[in-house]
Design a protein around this ligand. Structure first.
Ligand SMILES: NC(=O)c1ccc[n+]([C@@H]2O[C@H](COP(=O)([O-])OP(=O)(O)OC[C@H]3O[C@@H](n4cnc5c(N)ncnc54)[C@H](OP(=O)(O)O)[C@@H]3O)[C@@H](O)[C@H]2O)c1
Length: 334
C-alpha cells in the first residue's frame, strides 16, 4: 500500500451545536500526483471560527461537502511537486483541510519565508484569519486613535487577543476585553496588557462597562454579536466606530440571527457600524505582515498558542473553539 491520507469528513450538517457525530474518520490511499499539483504533509491546522460557518448549507465561505474534508487553513511541507513554483521541502500555507496529507493545485499555496517567522506564526500573529484580520479591523475599520477607549469581545481568542493589543499599540489608553471566565480575565490583563477585563459568564456586562468606561466607548471590535453588542451600543460615544468582525454567538443558529436591538444609538451618537472581510485588504497584506512581524520580534505583540494533537480529534477541537476552551490561537498538530 502507498502513502495513506488520514482525514475527518462531514457526514451530516450540524443542527445547532456542532457534535462529534457530524463527522467520521477515514483513511485513503494517495494516488498519482496530477500535473500542476503538489502533495503536502500537513503540519498544523488553524482551528478558526469560520470553519463552523462552512458546515452550514448556505455558507458564505466555500462550504464543506458531505463526504469531504472540512475546510481549514494550515501549514505543511511539500513532499512532491508537479508545479513549477514549489519543490519538495518547501514550507507552505493554504487551505489544506482536515487531513494529514493534501493534494493541491500549486497556485493555491503560498511558500513561506521562514526567515520572517516559523510556520505556526503564519497561522497566528501573521495569519490571514488572525493577525491580518485584527490588524485591518483595528487600524482601517476601527481607525483607533491615541487616547481612545476600545472594547473587544471574544478578547481571549485568536483575533480578539491581537485586536486588543494592536489597539494599545495604536495608542488606545483604555482597552477593555470581554471573555468567559476568571482565567481569561487574568490572561487579558496580566499577560496581554489589556487595561481591564469583563468576565461575561459571571459578571453583569452592562454594569462593568459603566464602571470601566464611564465616559463611553470610542471603538468596539466585535467578534460575538448578540446581547454583548447591545450592551456596548447603549454606551457608545459620539462618532464612535463599531467594527463587525464576526458574531460567533450566532453561528450555531443562523436561521434566526439575533440582530442589534439598540441600533438607534448609531443615529443618536452619529456613529458607524461597519463590517469587513479581511480578503478585501489583500493588496496590503505585505504591509501588515511586516508590521506584525516587527511587533512580535520586539515582544510588543503576544500570541498565545494552544496546540491540540491528532487529526482524529478535529471534531472535538472544533467544539473546543466554539465553547471557548482555549486561550489565544487554537491549533491542531495533525
Ligand atoms: N471579518 C473577517 O474577515 C474575519 C476573519 C477571521 C475571523 N473573523 C471572526 O473573528 C472572530 C474570532 O474568530 P477566531 O477564529 O479568532 O476564534 P476565537 O476567538 O479564537 O474563538 C472563538 C471564541 O468565541 C467565544 N465565544 C463563543 N461563543 C460565544 C458566545 N455565545 N458569547 C460570547 N463569546 C463566545 C469563545 O470565548 P469565551 O470563552 O470568551 O466565550 C471562543 O474562545 C469570529 O467571530 C470570526 O468569525 C472574522
Amino acid at each position: 500500500m502507498g502513502l495513506v491520507n488520514r482525514k475527518i469528513v462531514l457526514v451530516e450538517r450540524p443542527k445547532g451545536r456542532v457534535s462529534v457525530e457530524n463527522f467520521t474518520y477515514v483513511e485513503e490511499e494517495i494516488g498519482d500526483l496530477p500535473d500542476g499539483c503538489v502533495l503536502i504533509e500537513v503540519g498544523h491546522l488553524g482551528i478558526d471560527a469560520f470553519i463552523r460557518t462552512t458546515l452550514n448549507e448556505d455558507s458564505f465561505h466555500q462550504g464543506a461537502q458531505i463526504g469531504g474534508a472540512i475546510p481549514a487553513l494550515g501549514v505543511g511541507v511539500v513532499l512532491d511537486s508537479r508545479f513549477d513554483g514549489l519543490v519538495a521541502g518547501d514550507h507552505v500555507f493554504g487551505p489544506l483541510g482536515s487531513q494529514t496529507h493534501s493534494v493541491m493545485p500549486g497556485g493555491f499555496m503560498r511558500k513561506l519565508d521562514l526567515s520572517i517567522a516559523p510556520p505556526n506564526v503564519w497561522l497566528g500573529a501573521l495569519g490571514l484569519t488572525t493577525g491580518l484580520t485584527a490588524y485591518f479591523g483595528i487600524i482601517e475599520v476601527g481607525r483607533v486613535k491615541a487616547g481612545e477607549t476600545v472594547v473587544v469581545s471574544a478578547a481571549a481568542g485568536a483575533v480578539g487577543s491581537l485586536a486588543g493589543q494592536i489597539a494599545r499599540l495604536r495608542g488606545a489608553t483604555n482597552v477593555i476585553g470581554i471573555a468567559g471566565g476568571p482565567d481569561k480575565s487574568r490572561f487579558l490583563t496580566e499577560e496581554l496588557g489589556f487595561t481591564a477585563a469583563i468576565d461575561y459568564k459571571n459578571e453583569d456586562v452592562a454594569a462593568r462597562l459603566d464602571a470601566l468606561a464611564p465616559n463611553g466607548i470610542d471603538v468596539f471590535f466585535d467578534n460575538v454579536g448578540g446581547s454583548i453588542l447591545d450592551d456596548v451600543l447603549m454606551r457608545i460615544k459620539e462618532f464612535s466606530r463599531i467594527v463587525i468582525c464576526g458574531a460567533i454567538s450566532q453561528y450555531e443558529n443562523m436561521e434566526s440571527v439575533h440582530g442589534p436591538r439598540n441600533y438607534l444609538k448609531l443615529a443618536e451618537r452619529h456613529a458607524t457600524m461597519e463590517g469587513y472581510a479581511v480578503f478585501h485588504f489583500s493588496d496590503r497584506y505585505a504591509e501588515a505582515e511586516t508590521q506584525l512581524a516587527e511587533w512580535v520580534r520586539n515582544g510588543e505583540l503576544v500570541m498565545r498558542e494552544q496546540i491540540e494533537r491528532g487529526v482524529e480529534n478535529f471534531p472535538r477541537v472544533l467544539q473546543m473553539l466554539m465553547t471557548g476552551g482555549h486561550h489565544g490561537k487554537l491549533l491542531l498538530a495533525v
